[in-house]
Design a protein around this ligand. Structure first.
Ligand SMILES: Cc1cc2nc3c(=O)[nH]c(=O)nc-3n(C[C@H](O)[C@H](O)[C@H](O)COP(=O)(O)OP(=O)(O)OC[C@H]3O[C@@H](n4cnc5c(N)ncnc54)[C@H](O)[C@@H]3O)c2cc1C
Length: 471
């Protein structure tokens, strides 16, 4: 491992100049800091996890349960009515999951950020599946309508398969194994997404089964009205996600101004807006779809955003589309850039911080550094882990920033030379201390390991992360 001082001693590039706005400019960058005031973020950040969305969902589930048992069909058995309630709660949970899949900035704020909203999306889907399975043996005598039974079977099978698919991720245990489960875990994202859309069918089938087979809904208009309202909300969320989202998304056409290689497999792409300019906050990302690149939009952190709307992203050749971007995207290429998203932001917590970046995971930290100045108060350990020195994008710029900013302590770890970075090293060799907050960015497996180990080794502060994978 080397620190900033070591990098200088090893005769790596000379320090870059640091502008008044705290933007470090290096030989790799084609532009100086833009004139005018910094762009203001459009999306409000949530301060902590104290957002009300989760509590609201739990309260709604509890009130629904009480209402259901209070208004239940008194002529039917208590066990059967309880089983129906469990099924109805499953539909509610799946509906919440469908609504959370939409992921609008407002919903993100209500749930304490995009990451937490995503966790609630997955959690409510898993709870929904568990409730579907749990209600089967309880209501086994209630099934009367043959169509309702078919819908129940379709819903259960689809939910089971699709939840399994969602749980198997490329960064997870199966993603690193051979065999059919490993193959499924490594499914290309666009294919996985196409299959994942079938959950809409599972939810609609489950809703239909409830309508046809529940005696409580047949006998109690109030329960039927509430159930229909839940079904309506779920159907609207699915309809938006599957049909309307693409046409309603706020996007803006951009033209590529410049493409530059900044590491062995990383290119920086600078784009100028032809339509509405975006003003991302430091650390936010944009979904970008380049003309001629086959599988739609991909998320990239904005590493630089100028007051005239010019945006810069750094793209690592990671898979099919990003390799195609390296091969085919040049000056003048057309790009469709969606509204900035994400809430990975340093301003949320206290000022002793540990930033851990793996390879291209340096991008949000770079954009934070570029937005900060020498005067920033606090202590930040930036642990930058790269395989080799040729695979370290923006190393000279973060090195220069660490020399110019007293609050920033850079620790470079070249794994081919120094071995893997560990949480133990981060806590014992860093300056920030165990009460610091940690911010992690990189592949999901790296994030899981550090989040677990930092906690196990006694980190007291909060842990935030941006996984460079949507699954
Ligand atoms: C919030 C966020 C910010 C990111 N910022 C950057 C960045 O600044 N620089 C950078 O190089 N990469 C970034 N990524 C990762 C980048 O989006 C993927 O590497 C890219 O989409 C891979 O596409 P592919 O077709 O080349 O790879 P594939 O071979 O299809 O997949 C490689 C990996 O990328 C993931 N992936 C594929 N398609 C998508 C997609 N549409 N959306 C999200 N993940 C996908 C897959 O799940 C897989 O883990 C970011 C990802 C996220 C979620």
């Amino acid at each position: 491992m080397v620190t900033t001082r070591d990098i200088t001693a090893q005769g790596l590039r000379p320090p870059s100049t640091i502008s008044a706005r705290g933007h470090a400019s290096t030989g790799e960058q084609e532009q100086g800091p833009p004139p005018g005031s910094p762009p203001r973020p459009r999306i409000p950040f949530t301060a902590t996890g104290r957002a009300a969305g989760g509590r609201l969902v739990l309260a709604a589930a509890a009130v629904y349960a009480v209402l259901w048992m209070f208004l239940r069909d008194q002529t039917a058995s208590l066990q059967g009515q309880f089983g129906e309630l469990v099924g109805a709660e499953a539909v509610l949970s799946m509906t919440v999951s469908a609504v959370l899949a939409v992921g609008s900035p407002r919903v993100d704020v209500a749930f304490g950020g995009a990451g937490r909203r995503q966790r609630w999306h997955r959690g409510t889907a898993l709870i929904g599946l568990a409730l579907v399975i749990a209600h089967l043996p309880i209501v086994v005598d209630n099934y009367e309508d043959p169509v309702g039974v078919i819908l129940a079977v379709v819903s259960l099978l689809l939910f089971g398969i699709l939840t399994g698919l969602a749980v198997l991720t490329p960064g997870g245990w199966f993603g690193r194994r051979r065999g059919p489960l490993g193959w499924i875990a490594r499914l290309r994202y666009d294919r996985w997404k196409a299959i994942h859309r079938l959950t809409a069918g599972a939810l609609l089938a489950g809703m239909g089964h409830g309508l046809l087979d529940s005696s409580a809904l047949r006998h109690q208009p109030v329960l039927a009205a509430i159930y229909l309202a839940i079904c309506l909300a779920g159907t609207a969320a699915l309809g938006y996600q599957l049909i309307l989202r693409r046409s309603l998304l706020r996007g803006s056409e951009h033209r590529v101004l410049d493409v530059r290689q900044v590491a062995a497999d990383v290119r920086v792409i600078t784009m100028r807006p032809m339509g509405e300019p975006w003003a991302p906050a430091p650390g936010q990302y944009v979904d970008v779809e380049f003309a001629g690149i086959p599988h739609g939009a991909h998320p990239f952190t904005v590493v630089r955003s100028d007051s005239d709307g010019t945006l810069q992203i750094a793209v690592k050749a990671n898979g099919n589309d990003t390799m195609a971007m390296h091969d085919r995207i040049g000056t003048g290429a057309r790009a469709w850039v969606q509204e900035p998203r994400g809430d990975f932001h340093y301003q949320r917590v206290d000022e002793r911080q540990i930033w851990i970046a793996a390879g291209i995971g340096i991008t949000p930290f770079l954009s934070w550094i570029r937005s900060l100045s020498e005067a920033h108060q606090g202590v930040v350990d930036l642990w930058y882990s790269v395989r080799g020195l040729t695979e370290a994008p923006f190393l000279d710029e973060v090195t220069a920033a660490a020399r110019a900013f007293p609050w920033l302590h850079l620790h470079l770890v070249v794994t081919q030379r120094d071995g893997r970075l560990t949480a133990q090293r981060v806590l014992t060799e860093g300056m920030a201390g165990r009460d610091a907050s940690a911010f992690l960015c990189g592949p999901p497996a790296m994030i899981r390991t550090f989040a677990r180990d930092l906690r196990a080794l006694g980190l007291i502060g909060s842990v935030h992360h941006e996984a460079f994978s949507p699954r």
